[in-house]
Design a protein around this ligand. Structure first.
Ligand code: UD1
Length: 337
């Protein structure tokens, strides 16, 4: 069965392509290579023994999207990763984010309707919950006003899909990711941040590798046990597998609603200091770090209640924080050598 993965050369996309191919799907990747590298295709091939079809495509070009679906008329499902994801940049360049994340979504949905492709998986984010009142966060926690244009594109994206699914053939699963980290255990693919990493784990591994002098811990005065902020760090391979299970659910017509939403996390919260300690353990070295002020826009704590994904979707994260960090470290060492 042929599936389209947009942004399939990106961090989560590439790991999902591997899991799809492992399950026997024929994958077509489209990617504009704006935040990814063509070499990722070789990494996927080395892991799976199969090279996915790849087309370089700018999804903002409506006519290109149309032509693509005309050419690939046998696509049965779409997993849509392609999007911009830097929170700070989205504040500086909101229109770029609305164009990249919203226009593209609309064009793809138009083609799905036109070509009667019913199965759609969307990359959403736990950012839609803002600072939730109750931990762990369930899917029925309220969506809070977005703190950034990036976050807003996830909320608007969810709303667009919900509106469209009501009146079309489209069935969709919205996956709200918590904090994806790690790399494929083979170290053939992993995260490739451009410039200085904004996210915690790539900054840690680059510091461990000597590229950065020390990690800045953003705030130790949060109302948490050790004062640092708490997140739910999920191994990217576990996250990738959730996409395959979700797609299969739609293909098998097992979904109970036109649009279903699932949290994709581990259910365990870890503080920044706990992540540092776990990294030191798996890497066998001390991590230089200093405490600095809070980062604007950061919340105190977010971790998932994963009951719905566990029971309804039949998916559960398997990797521990240490396993995920070990894979990120192995990857970092590989790309530095
Ligand atoms: C961030 C985004 C979120 C997005 C996600 C994608 C913000 C406010 N949120 O999540 O919308 O969906 O990335 O991956 O940008 N930290 C440090 N030092 C660092 C980097 C991070 O102490 O150098 C801390 C942060 O304050 C936070 C934790 O580490 O408490 C995780 O940060 P990060 O990896 O950037 O993820 P989020 O902020 O949770």
């Amino acid at each position: 069965m042929k599936v389209l993965v947009t942004g399939g050369l990106g961090f989560i996309g590439s790991h999902t392509v591997v899991e799809l191919q492992n399950q026997g799907f024929d994958v077509v990747i489209v990617d504009d290579l704006s935040n990814s590298s063509i070499e990722v295709l070789e990494g996927i091939s080395r892991i799976t023994g199969k090279t996915p079809v790849f087309e370089k495509l700018d999804l903002r070009e409506k006519s290109q999207v149309k032509d693509f679906f005309t050419k690939h008329s046998d696509i049965k499902g779409v997993i849509h990763f392609a999007a911009s994801k830097a929170v700070g940049e989205s504040v500086e360049k909101p229109l770029l984010y609305y164009e990249n994340n919203i226009n593209t979504l609309v064009y793809i949905l138009q083609e799905l309707v036109q070509n009667k492709i019913g199965n759609f998986i969307f990359s959403s984010s736990c950012t839609v919950y803002g600072q939730a009142e109750k931990m762990p966060i369930t899917e029925d926690a309220s969506v809070q006003p977005a703190a950034s244009p990036y976050g807003n594109t996830k909320q608007i994206g969810e709303e667009i899909i919900t509106d469209v699914a009501k009146v079309t053939n489209i069935n969709a699963i919205l996956l709200r990711y918590f904090n994806p980290i790690g790399a494929h255990p083979s170290a053939e693919i992993g995260e490739l941040p451009i410039g200085v990493p904004q996210n915690l784990v790539p900054f840690i591994t680059q510091t461990g590798a000597g590229l950065r002098e020390s990690l800045s811990v953003f705030g130790d005065d949060y109302p948490t046990p050790d004062g640092t902020a708490i997140r739910d760090y999920i191994h990217v391979v576990d996250l990738a597998k959730a996409h395959v299970v979700a797609l299969q659910r739609l293909i098998d017509n097992k979904n109970q609603q036109k649009v279903e939403t699932f949290n994709v996390g581990t259910g365990t919260g870890s503080s920044v200091l706990e992540v540092i300690t776990a990294f030191e353990k798996v890497s066998g070295q001390k991590l230089p770090y200093k405490i600095v002020g809070r980062r604007e826009g950061d919340i105190t704590v977010a971790y998932a209640n994963t009951d719905k994904a566990n029971t309804v979707l039949g998916w559960k994260a398997k990797s521990t924080l240490e396993e995920a960090l070990a894979s990120a470290w192995k990857w970092e060492q590989k790309i530095r050598n």
